[in-house]
Design a protein around this ligand. Sequence first.
Ligand code: SF4
Length: 715
Amino acid sequence: MPIHESSKSSRAVHHVHGVCPLDCPDTCSWVVTVEDGKAVALQGNREHPYTRGALCAKVNHFLEHTARPDRLLYPMRRVGRKGEGRFARVSWDEAIGEIGTRWRTIIERDGPQAIWPYYGTGSLGMIQGLAGAGRRLWNVLGTSQHHPSICMTAGGHGTGYTLGDNRIGMDPEGLAQAALVIFWGANPLVTHHHIWKFVEAARRQGAHVVVIDPIRTRTADRADEHVPIRPGTDAALALGLLHVVVARGAEDGEFIEAHTLGWEQFRARILEYPPARVAEITGIPVARIEALGERLATTRPTAIRIGPGMQRNAGGGMAVRTITCIPGVTGDWRYPGGGAAYDTRSFFKGNWAALWRDDLRPPGTRVLAMTRLGEALLDQVDSPVQALCVYCANPAASTPDQAKVRRGLAREDLFTVVIEHFQTDTADYADVLLPATMQTEHTDLHHSYGHAYLGWNPPAVAPPGECLPNTEIFRRLARALGVTEPSVYDSDEDLARAVLDADELRVAGISLEALAERGWLRLGEPQPWAPLAKGFPSPSGRLEFYSERAATAGLDPLPSYTPPYEAATRDTDLGRRYPLALIAPAGPHFLNTEFSNLPALRDKAGPQQVWLHPDDAAHRGLGEGDVARVWNDRGEYLAAVHITERVPRGIAGGSKGHWPKLNPGGTNLAATVMERDSDMGRGAVYHDNRVEVERATMTREEFERVFAALGRDRI
Ligand code: SF4
């Protein structure tokens, strides 16, 4: 059976296994029902141990999304001003020819590093998305390298300093064996609900479930205990909990002796954080810190699921580093069901060198961090960026300092190509706008940041209009530029075979043929599994409480607590002017900015909200449904006030993902976020953000009318 037909076919109806490509740790395996060449149904794969037959409220609308009338179907050239969003249809030959000509001129005049391929998490695939798309072409051309710093890098580096690999941890499926489950800054019932069945399995055996989160989330409602914490103070809590463990003499001396490095120094650091000090920092009462510490000290195995939101702070990397040290003290890494899970992508031991071909890259090419887009476009004096190629990303909606990003994208001398499914805020700034295929229409291969399964996604249906896969667009661009390196023209199947060409995968029986057979394969050992019980992939082979690599990077070699940049205690004047700490978690309707333009989900989500504690709302004279202006020195956005005790006093909340162009006022939360790096990996600091909220001049009726009109006119 050909690879692209891994389906159970009948006459006119057949089923094709695929994978959800979105930025979610569940990486669901799905089954597309195709009737007469049309995708008519999409369901979670019942046989997949993680997906078990269910997708999610967002992706249940995926087929509807692919068939929307606002889908981009043809290449287009800008005819209006940048940002205006007026385009005229052109042929693929014209579009590719124009890009080739413009890029050749830029390369000859300014050098290839003046081109910045800018991509994000719109797809996490190895072939069409974040994990590999276009990389060979960018290497051959010698463009600037893109650092996808927007999401998980700070915590990844923190994990790496502790464990020796940025993307390793416990297998989240092991939560079923845990006696204590801690969701730390994670809200899985909204963002990755498939993990919950393992929690329920653990509960049936008597497990206790704790959620540590500034907001009382849907997951917190279902937990046994919710611990509300001040944003950005997680490392201090981790040290405080360990203080209780150590004070009780409950550390696992045998594990520490056999598998860790730097215990005595770390122990001294832990002793600097008694519960009373930690209570001051975190806002959690001493008794609760002691009770949770006691539980941690006495419950084996303990599993900690770390969410990415908590690392979007000044000390985010160090926070994740400190939390991943906890199972090193308690010895939980040695048990199935014990340890910490932040990212699991290193369960896949693929041949990345063969996929990416970084050997083709000229030495010394610069690296540009995606969260510093505004700075790179406006402030880069030496070798300024002259061309952007944006794919799987919507920076005009998501990147910090939105106003600056938009000023940068509006530069008349900047040549911008956007490869997209819909006319996003970013697409409005394109010089050339190219229509890309969606997941049911192209080939891709996926590993997961939340489980140990690999997934294969062949095309289920033909693309609509003239949409092309990203890979085919890059091959056409290479041809237009006269690239002679043959690997740049490899087919999608060649690319998949390249990354699967690894001894460890062969030994495990993982091949494209085996994947095509059922759509997914397990990586690593079957459950129950403790991936790090026998050692760690660090230079010392141990869990490194003390990290020489951190010291070399100019960081504290020991786990430590760094206050937020905008902590009111650090800058009292800032705290006075902007008394509310704003955090923006993922909501139930949008996935980043995906689906924000899908009427079914936009209508359910409604306009951007700002959540306020009743006291904070009353203090500002705001009532439920009033229109508020949320602002700081960097920018502002409009939001409907929602008064709720789910957020503590001093914190404002609101889910992310609204397209600015579909929100009254034309901006969103990212307008208030600072363009600054966290402590590690150049991560973003979305949740290290102080604002003030006041009544807007727009009335409630006007706000609702504009919201409805934007949906009518722009989707
Ligand atoms: S977004 Fe997550 S939960 Fe939803 S279908 Fe995709 S992988 Fe599954």
